[in-house]
Unconditional design. Structure first.
Length: 528
């Protein structure tokens, strides 16, 4: 398959030597061969070296799915500069926090979002270089140098940089949604990335005849290590679009001869909600993978679209820990532990639970480099998560007598909406800065599509009045569009524990009450 190569730079080089002119990725309007990616990656590595960045430093990336994103990923990997992919919806406080926490010296950013950097430039002292992809007027700055990506690439050498990269070197920092505190930067090595990709190849039996399709962004683990890297390992190729279209999805699969795709969030539900067509089952897709599988549509989806479904359980920190194979699929389960991990269910004292008993899902690797390397700049959080030599997922589950695991719920205070993890803590922090808001609490409530919608329960300062529309107008410029609450409910007091913590489980159980405001019912628009 790939002869044990364990760094991103080496596997691209390997494929480029094998079949330089073969197509590797097709975007909506452009194809990229192995040789083109190999060459552009070398160019970008030389660009960053010329700007003074070196192995172990950090560079943020904020771009849509594009050849430039892939070349940036590859160039940073070859130079040993640690990549910090950032959700393109981020702005304001959270964008500032990530750039500062990761100590980013540079950012590669699409011109459509560069104004967000200008807006926070006084608050990001580490940032020295902004490399802008696309046309724009490059604004002068006393502390930050703005560069044109295209101009830098045009002048760059295609010769490889002379930097030794090992599988255990850090590859990137991915920020997870904060729970009871700020987002944590998960440090992943090349080996950890490859472990996830290898598991995907094993689960899906990928080979040179496969063509993978993804609509997920390259700032997420899914597109990078469940699609792009597995395709490199298996010799498959990839079709990558920037956005999901339920109405065009199967036509794209037929036209591009897609054999597999990944799913997250409500993607399967949205496909099932499309009007039935006589040729729904006439498509080249053989098997799909992701999570979660909505139990109520599992059999109907397989039958209608003539595909096999697999399911997996994992996280940014562990990659995939359990897989539910199509040939031995157990409905409702996350599957069995993968070969690289031990998985157990523990009680509050870290003792193994009995079969069928609910506890926390804990994981530990069987070999080095498979698990994440730690939380960047947060040693206490790393030690706490790894206590008693097990990684504590923060999720509750159970195991049956055959070794199949079942997810029950989250201990973490994170809301999962349409494939995105939303930090309650960070959204509450923004809402609480409104001058009329005393306190807020964010909880997830069931969605008609799958997963959850965001409910904000808000207590105003004494004597103040505030409309839901005014509150969301305040939120929109300060947070990602997908995190803007759908539901708003104003309360006079919160239910609290004796230590005065808000009892969020009570807010969740109350759910959508008659006095809850719904922005979708009145047509309030959230912009991207």
């Amino acid at each position: 398959m790939y002869e044990g190569i364990q760094t991103f730079g080496r596997i691209v080089e390997h494929r480029a030597k094998q079949q330089p002119n073969a197509r590797f990725v097709r975007f909506a309007n452009v194809d990229l061969t192995y040789e083109q990616l190999h060459r552009e990656g070398n160019k970008f590595a030389n660009v960053m070296h010329t700007l003074g960045l070196s192995k172990g430093q950090t560079c943020a990336v904020m771009m849509p799915n594009s050849p430039e994103f892939l070349a940036t990923w590859l160039g940073l990997a070859r130079l040993g500069v640690i990549e910090v992919p950032i959700n393109t919806a981020y702005r304001g406080d959270l964008l500032t926090y990530i750039l500062n926490k990761a100590e980013c010296q540079a950012i590669v950013i699409s011109s459509q979002w560069v104004e967000r950097i200008a807006a926070i430039s006084q608050d990001i002292p580490n940032l020295k270089h902004v490399i802008v992809v696309g046309e724009m007027e490059l604004s002068p700055s006393q502390s930050i140098c703005y560069h044109s990506y295209e101009n830098l690439i045009e002048k760059a050498s295609i010769e490889p940089v002379d930097v030794k990269i090992t599988p255990f070197d850090p590859s990137l920092i991915l920020f997870t949604s904060g729970t009871t505190g700020p987002s944590k930067g998960v440090v992943l090595s090349h080996r950890a990335n490859f472990a996830l990709a290898e598991t995907c190849c094993d689960l899906m039996n990928y080979g040179p005849d496969d063509r993978l399709f993804t609509v997920f962004p390259l700032f997420h683990v899914n597109a990078r290590y469940a699609t792009i890297l597995p395709a490199l390992l298996a010799g498959s190729d990839v079709v990558m679009h920037e956005r999901f279209s339920a109405s065009k999805f199967w036509d794209i699969c037929r036209a591009e001869q897609i054999t597999s795709f990944t799913y997250m969030g409500s993607l399967l539900t949205m496909l099932m909600k499309q009007p039935e067509q006589s040729d729904d089952g006439d498509n080249p897709v053989r098997m799909i993978q992701g999570a979660p599988v909505p139990l109520e549509i599992y059999e109907d989806f397989e039958k209608r679209f003539n595909v096999k479904i697999t399911e997996a359980y994992g996280s940014t920190e562990v990659g995939l820990a359990m897989i539910n194979r199509a040939e031995s699929f157990r409905k409702g389960s996350c599957g069995k532990a993968v070969a690289t991990y031990e998985v157990e269910i523990h009680d509050e004292n870290d003792q193994p639970c009995l079969v069928g008993e609910v506890g926390e899902i804990v994981v530990r690797p069987k070999g080095p480099g498979v698990l994440f390397s730690g939380y960047y700049g947060m040693p206490e959080a790393t030690v706490e998560t790894w206590r008693n030599l097990w990684f504590h997922t923060g999720d509750r589950g159970r195991m049956d007598e055959d070794g199949y695991f079942y997810f029950v719920d989250r201990k973490k205070d994170v809301i999962r909406r349409r494939g995105e993890n939303i930090s309650s803590y960070e959204i509450e922090r923004v809402m609480n800065t409104h001058p009329k808001v005393q306190e807020s609490a964010l909880v997830g409530v069931p969605s008609e599509l799958s997963e959850e919608e965001v409910l904000a329960v808000v207590k105003l300062r004494e004597g103040e009045e505030l409309s839901p529309e005014e509150l969301l107008d305040f939120c929109q410029p300060r947070m990602a569009y997908f995190a803007v609450p759908r539901y708003i409910r104003f309360v006079k007091e919160f239910p609290r524990t004796p230590s005065q913590r808000i009892e969020k489980y009570k807010l969740r159980s109350e759910g959508i009450t008659p006095d809850t405001w719904d922005r979708e019912l009145i047509g309030y628009k959230v912009y991207r």
